[in-house]
Design a protein around this ligand. Structure first.
Ligand code: ZN
Ligand code: ZN
Length: 795
């Protein structure tokens, strides 16, 4: 064992790191033996023959279990990266298609590239007579579309196309819906938060339309490892009793896991050596030692800087190796991508550096080493990237290296001190809320357009849809059609979802509208701003109006899929932001004034000695100015004033009140506000540990006197209009949240607060005032409140 370890390309490097303290944690995984079983004899003979042709004599145990589970009911598969998950849904699908010439299947992928990979995988089965896959997305030529609708029996598409192109035109897809046997939702963990809340509604609309054509398709889902796969599948589809396959029967590659923290250069200020410089040194070293490495970073800018640093490092000693390091960018044609991936797989390239936005689309199988530079946002995606490491190209070595290089952000440093959170604690739960009011109502409008809403729809839309439909009636979007219908709606009554109802139905107020076109699956509110790249004229995306002022104000630097853009104009009247690609070395942080007012109380409990409330709030935000800050050291360059009107939105929040009088015994009044503010920041920083979200999805407000509570109060709210379940999760798991926030603060070596603990990159007050010591006392007081009774409690 020891000998083998010495001969791995990274052995010496890790030994050094262990000595000087940069390697803060290491662990070993696998190798594990494959659990193999014979192919299931009940599969259709043609499928068995195809497996035989492919050289698949045996299946991994989870693949066989998945097939049997798929025959029983809806199923989600959550085995590891590269464990052959596609086989788990392809086999039952192919089986159905071979048995029933009319049967059809729909495969949903979050990206076009993944749909292309899957179409190729299906083609490899060689069942050309029975299986006719086709990709149907925005790139599909118009002239090919009718043929696909008629003939393809596996339609590969994405949720956006299903939402805007297929469901509203269900009549043109009548044959697909009437014979829809299987719906595959691959990479389901991607569907969380706002996007997930939308997709959950799209899938309910899909079930509803399928039912109107007389079918009830079987849903098969896959997901990366998350804490709540069954809950995710049930929330996404609205189905109950989803089976889960999580025991991985594929051979686990042997893997060494290493958590690496750049050394402190100034403990007082909490400064560390730059993560980029540290990562460049590591990558150059791995390249020299002969490892084939893939490296992930958040931003394209970071990818380019890192590639340059690694090349420069290698040019000094091994100029021939510098050629073997390449960045992998968005915007490559599929052919360029395949070529690069091929060179990497064959070992003609040693290191590829890419943004994590592309992680889902890169097809390189496994390499020797996977290096993740700064925390990618969720442990689930970190693990997925790590999963690339393991299949060593070096003869007779079995170990891969999965390396994480911590950045300076609070979560990065939290993990560097608690690596077990990465390695042992169940990873985050994927959260979504299909009933988030604005999202839900948007899809009710779409559903009503697809067929009148009737009493039967509770089965698909949930028990509370009618109350929301009434809201839409009041808003003039829908109208109630009395029982039996009326003459004006003759046409609608032919719609298969119409039904004959004594209670009447809801139909669009206006004929001829196309509501799906107004609903973006990436935005919580229909009320959004378009973001247009003026250099290409391309529409990059949209942002909720509640966020437009703070994210795409004039002068803002805006990050999209790892690329930076600068905003030249925010046009409030035409609701759009004009942007252009940006190369400078600064970013921007808005300064804003926020008010929250409590609209209604939904739940309340006593926790940690405070009264903890959950409810609806209205958040009013005025963006006053923005600060330009240098990327390399975050130094403030200047403050530029803005003149923007206030915006407000309704959302969900938790809040807790503190007794300032009692606190004043430990926390002087003049630091109270700083203590509350720092506590709020720390709680927001660690909330992604329990809810799978980004700190940018969460807002906060702390005040030493709130007019409605009459006390010092901290609010944490869902940053998206209507809320998507984040605040509710924080309310339910408040004790954990406070524990983690306390650990974050208490363990940070800095003296007065730093970006790794209480400073926030998104603070609207530009991190003023903050009291790290005060927040520590405050949280300690709360945690002691729960510990205290236990001391004297009888056994
Ligand atoms: Zn700190
Ligand atoms: Zn703040």
């Amino acid at each position: 064992m020891v000998q083998e370890r010495r001969t791995d390309p990274w052995s010496a490097l890790l030994d050094e790191g262990l000595k000087d303290g940069r390697l803060v944690c290491e662990a070993h995984e696998g190798p594990g033996r494959a659990k193999l079983v014979d192919p299931i004899p009940e599969l259709h003979p043609d499928v068995l023959a195809a497996l035989h042709r492919l050289g698949v004599e045996q299946l991994y145990s989870h693949q066989a279990q998945a097939v049997r589970s798929a025959w029983q009911g809806p199923t989600i598969i959550t085995t590891g990266t590269a464990s052959g998950k596609s086989m788990c849904f392809n086999l039952p699908t192919l089986d159905v298609l071979c048995r029933d010439a009319r049967a059809r299947a729909l495969y949903l992928y979050p990206t076009k590239a993944l749909a292309q990979d899957q179409a190729r995988a299906l083609a490899r089965f060689g069942l050309t007579k029975r299986v006719r896959p086709a990709i149907y997305d925005g790139d599909t030529p118009r002239e090919a579309r009718a043929e696909i609708r008629r003939n393809a029996n596996v339609v590969l598409t994405n949720p956006d196309m299903l939402h805007v192109g297929i469901l509203p035109n269900h009549a043109a897809w009548a044959d697909l819906f009437a014979n829809l046997a299987v719906v595959v939702v691959d990479e389901a963990h991607v569907y969380r938060g706002v996007f997930g809340s939308h997709v959950a509604n799209v899938l309910r609309r899909l079930r509803r339309i399928a039912a109107a054509y007389g079918t009830e398709p079987r849903f098969l889902l896959t997901s990366a490892t998350i804490a709540n796969p069954v809950e995710l599948a049930e929330r996404l589809t609205g189905l109950e009793q989803v089976g889960v396959i999580e025991e991985d029967g594929s051979p686990a590659p042997g893997r060494r896991i290493a958590v690496w923290n750049p050394p402190l250069t100034d403990a007082e200020l909490g400064l560390r050596r730059s993560t980029l410089a540290e990562a460049a040194e590591l990558l150059a070293r791995l390249t020299r030692e002969g490892a084939r490495t893939i490296c992930f970073m958040k931003s394209r800018k970071g990818v380019e800087l890192l590639s340059r640093l690694v090349k420069r490092d290698l040019e000094g000693t091994h100029p021939e190796l510098a050629e073997l390091v390449a960045p992998y960018r968005a915007g490559y044609t599929p052919q360029q991508r395949r070529e690069l991936e091929g060179r990497l797989t064959r070992g003609e390239l040693r290191a590829v550096i890419t943004t994590d936005a592309l992680e889902l689309g890169i097809d390189v199988g496994e390499l020797d080493a996977a290096v993740v530079v700064t925390f990618p946002g969720t442990v689930a995606s970190l693990r997925q990237m790590w999963g690339r490491a393991g299949r060593s190209s070096i003869p007779r070595r079995e170990r891969g290296l999965a390396l994480y290089v911590a950045g300076e952000d609070a979560l990065d440093q939290f993990f560097a001190r608690h690596p077990e959170e990465f390695l042992e604690r169940p990873v985050e739960a994927a959260i979504l809320d299909h009933e988030s009011p604005l999202i839900f109502r948007a899809h009710l409008r779409c559903a009503a357009h697809e067929g009148p809403l009737s009493g039967d729809d509770g089965e698909f839309l949930g028990p509370r849809w009618e109350a929301q439909a009434e809201v839409l009636v009041s808003a003039g979007e829908l109208r109630r059609r009395p029982a039996g219908g009326d003459r004006r709606d003759e046409k609608n009554r032919e719609s298969p979802a119409g039904g004959e109802l004594s209670a009447g139905t809801y139909v669009p107020r206006q004929h001829g509208g196309y509501p799906a076109a107004d609903v973006s699956l990436r935005s919580a509110s229909p009320d959004s701003f378009a973001i247009v790249d003026v250099s290409s004229g391309e529409l990059l995306g949209s942002t909720e109006s509640s966020r437009a002022h703070s994210t795409v104000h004039e002068g803002a630097i805006y990050l999209h899929l790892g690329q930076s853009y600068s905003v030249s104009e925010l046009d409030l009247d035409r609701r759009r932001a004009l942007v252009a690609p940006f190369d400078g070395d600064w970013y921007t942080q808005p300064k804003r004034e926020t008010d929250t007012s409590i609209v209604s109380l939904l739940d309340r409990r006593e926790a940690l000695g405070v009264t903890l409330s959950f409810g609806e709030v209205s958040v009013t935000d005025t963006v006053l100015a923005y600060q330009r800050r240098r990327v390399s050291d975050h130094a403030s360059l200047d403050l530029v004033a803005l003149d923007l009107p206030p915006t407000s939105f309704a959302t969900q929040a938790l809040w807790f009140e503190l007794d300032a009088g009692a606190l004043s015994e430990t926390i002087p009044l003049e630091v109270l506000l700083g203590a509350l503010h720092a506590t709020e920041h720390a709680q927001i920083a660690v909330l992604p540990l329990i809810a799978m979200c980004d700190r940018w999805d969460i807002g906060g407000l702390s005040t030493n006197f709130h007019p409605q509570t009459g006390a010092a109060t901290i609010f944490l709210y869902d940053g998206h209009p209507g809320g998507i379940g984040i605040a509710r999760t924080a309310f339910t798991r408040f004790e954990e949240l406070c524990n983690d926030a306390h650990a974050l603060i208490a363990e940070c070596p800095c003296s007065g607060g730093c970006p790794s603990c209480v400073q926030s990159p998104k603070c609207g007050n530009l991190n003023e005032p903050l009291s790290k010591a005060g927040a520590r006392l405050l949280l300690e007081g709360m945690l002691a409140a729960v510990a205290a009774p236990a001391v004297g409690a009888p056994l």
